[in-house]
Design a protein around this ligand. Structure first.
Ligand code: A2P
Length: 334
């Protein structure tokens, strides 16, 4: 089996560290692994499969060596500067930031939804926003069968979505210390404010969910979103209100959802069973429950969708894209 040279950019961050875990768990075939971060981390030793690897400072020459795939998670500015450099040297970049997601010609991939598009890249593939990834997994089959007209997302997002800095704000806040990362305390609070505010009043996170849903489903659906940071360490929860053009049977919708790869239906209200953040931590699947009719419109359903934002929302989805490329590699440069 062919082995690949892999670089992780942002290797010392929360997502970067989880990359190491998931690549090992999934036994990704690696020849050489390069770990890159800022000058602050250069020289640090990180172990992968009991092998010590020295973290390198990311710079213009980082991709001069033979690298097949670079998994980027070091923020938008780093991606904007270094992804094109990597791509120009023949490296295929899978980027976790929002820098390239809406750029035409850059595939935005969720392997359960639009795997075929991963191969139409020009060196950069984008990994979608964490809340968007878990939301579109149940949407594809519902759109195919009942044609989606409109979606209303309301999210309850974990602090790990802001990396180590978010976790620190919650942990310190619980001890009564003031926040450093968020504009207000997150302990005992809900912040309807994720990423920056835009001119239309949406936050950038909300706009990402709106725009990325349409790009991934390749359809001009009406979408609106309210994204909220909640004092939960791991896993995002999303309430989804969906309106269809066609009529549906709610039991059949439950069966449709159960047939989707990577999606687990947890829906037994008699036993108080529904997806919860604490249960999905560390898992790679997306969990859906509270499947019920919205009686206020003609053809509406409500869903409650939960997933580990660092695993399926970032790392696992990226590694699945890499696995797609490897499976389709015909001996060329992925
Ligand atoms: P470093 O640890 O050296 O700062 P998180 O947001 O989870 O804390 O992770 C951010 C990741 O992105 C870290 O690995 C961080 O490295 C890396 N990073 C941030 N800025 C840069 C930069 N300008 N160049 C390279 N890596 C960066």
């Amino acid at each position: 089996m062919k082995k690949y040279n892999i670089a992780i950019v942002g290797a010392t961050g929360l997502v970067g560290q989880t990359f190491l875990k998931v690549l090992e768990e999934r036994e990704f075939t690696i020849k050489n692994l390069y770990l890159m971060a800022s000058s602050r981390s250069a020289g640090k030793i990180v172990s992968y499969r009991r092998q010590d690897i020295v973290v390198e400072e990311l710079n213009e020459n980082s991709f001069d060596k033979e690298i097949d795939l670079a998994l980027f998670s070091a923020g938008g500015e780093t991606s904007k500067k270094y992804s094109p450099i990597a791509a120009s040297k023949g490296v295929v970049v899978i980027d976790n930031s929002s820098a390239f997601r809406m750029v035409e010609g850059v595939p935005l991939i969720v392997p359960e939804v639009n795997p075929e598009e991963a191969f139409n890249h020009n060196g950069i593939i984008a990994n979608p926003n964490c809340s968007t990834i878990q939301s579109v997994v149940p949407l594809k089959i519902l759109d195919e069968k009942y044609r989606i007209k409109r979606i209303v997302y309301s999210t309850y997002q974990a602090v790990s979505g802001s990396g180590f800095a978010g976790i620190k704000d919650l942990e310190n806040g619980l001890k009564g210390m003031p926040p450093e990362n968020y504009p207000h305390p997150i302990a005992g609070n809900c912040l309807p404010h994720i990423d920056v505010f835009l001119d239309n009043g949406n936050t950038k996170e909300e706009q990402k969910m709106i725009d990325e849903t349409k790009k991934i489903l390749n359809k001009d659906i009406r979408v609106t979103a309210t994204c909220v940071r909640v004092p939960v360490l791991h896993s995002h929860s999303v309430s989804m209100n969906i309106e269809f053009e066609k009529e549906f049977d709610i039991e059949q919708v439950r069966k449709d959802l159960a047939s989707v790869r990577g999606l687990v239906v947890e829906d037994n209200i008699k036993e108080n069973i529904y997806p919860m953040a604490i249960n999905s931590k560390g898992k790679d699947e997306v969990f859906v429950g509270r499947v019920r009719r919205d009686e206020s419109v003609e053809n509406g359903v409500n869903l409650w969708v939960v997933a580990d934002n660092i695993r399926k929302g970032a790392v696992t989805n990226t590694v699945q894209i890499a696995e797609l490329l490897v499976a389709g590699d015909k001996g060329g440069n992925l």
